[in-house]
Ligand binder design. Structure first.
Ligand code: G1P
Length: 305
């Protein structure tokens, strides 16, 4: 049904869409007055990691689908004259303020006025993306790996084209948290799929291969999303759009060689902080020592209980 190789190499992936309109209710009260995408892992907001990953994959245009109360995201990627001035007059290093700034005009922001789901958020980017393939990155899914996850996907996409999603095996008990693939064939780390279902209950899930928040999409998705009915959770689901395109364009999952931290979940977010700190030369030793103390104390506490 789907082929593993496309005859003509697809157009390059130059644009990325970042749906950042979500309310972040799982992180209240931390997200009461700041976007969840601005929660820091060590010293960088989640959205900053996603943008860095996209840059490393060769993305040239960055499209943010925002909502009310998300202005801090645009500010983060802008010059902060006051802060720069304050730091320079005190003789402090300003390097942390500027390295991530885009070239003028490289970022654009549009608003999703109502939270109607991921499919709707992506559809809001249709005029900005136009008729070319594009990436979608969900900043909640923080990826650690080299080469970065989206880079691996862009490389695979050159061969397969169509729609490509990042996948990983999830515990069967958790299938109702993910888009789940119905597997047709597996070739190395590529999976061709004959179906995809949004958040199925474990007993109904066609597999345990879950989609994580990285996609490369064919621009036809916009026309399809326009017609998709509300699905799981009463929202317009990207998964339903992908499902409707199966058989029309190739559809694959890629098991990326990256470690994923689910930063939409409190435990995942806490562990991501530890994991990213342990990667850093300036923090590793101290963090390891303190974590070890904590774990020793905890095991004493529980063995005594
Ligand atoms: C979204 C998608 C889901 C995907 C998940 C990955 O769900 O709808 O198919 O598996 O992202 O993180 P959300 O986590 O926004 O509920």
């Amino acid at each position: 049904m789907t082929s593993l190789v496309v005859a003509v190499p697809p157009k390059p992936v130059r644009k990325a869409v970042f749906p950042v309109g979500g309310l972040g209710t799982r992180f209240l009260p931390a997200t009461k007055s700041q976007p969840k995408e601005m929660l820091p892992v060590v010293d960088k907001p989640l959205i900053h990691y996603a943008v860095d990953e996209a840059r490393a994959a060769g993305i040239e245009q960055f499209i943010f689908i925002t909502g009310r109360g998300k202005a801090a995201i645009a500010d983060h990627f802008d010059i902060s004259y006051e802060l720069q001035h304050q730091l320079s007059t005190r003789g402090k290093d300003v390097a942390a303020l500027a390295g991530h700034l885009p070239d003028p005009g490289q970022f654009c922001f549009t608003r999703q006025q109502e939270p109607l789901g991921l499919g709707h958020a992506v559809w809001c980017a249709r005029h900005l993306v136009g008729d070319e393939p594009f990436a979608v990155l969900l900043a909640d899914d923080l990826m650690m790996g080299d080469p970065p996850c989206l880079r691996q996907m862009v490389d695979a996409y050159r061969t397969v084209g169509g729609n490509l999603v990042c996948v990983e095996d999830v515990p069967r008990a958790y299938t109702s948290r993910y888009g789940i693939l119905d597997i047709d064939k597996e070739t190395g780390n590529l999976v061709s799929a004959k179906g995809i279902v949004e958040k199925p209950q474990p007993e109904k899930a066609p597999s345990t291969l879950g989609v994580i928040g990285r996609y490369i999409l064919h621009p036809d998705i916009f026309r399809v999303l326009e017609k998709v009915e509300r699905g799981a959770g009463g929202e317009i689901q990207l998964t339903d759009g992908l499902s409707a395109m199966i058989g029309k364009v190739p559809f694959h999952g890629l098991r990326c060689d990256s470690r994923r931290f689910d930063c939409g979940d409190k435990a995942g977010f806490v562990v991501a902080n530890a994991a990213f700190a342990l990667q850093r030369d300036d923090l590793r030793d101290e963090v390891r020592r303190q974590l070890q103390d904590l774990l020793d104390d905890a095991s004493e506490q529980f063995s005594g209980a």
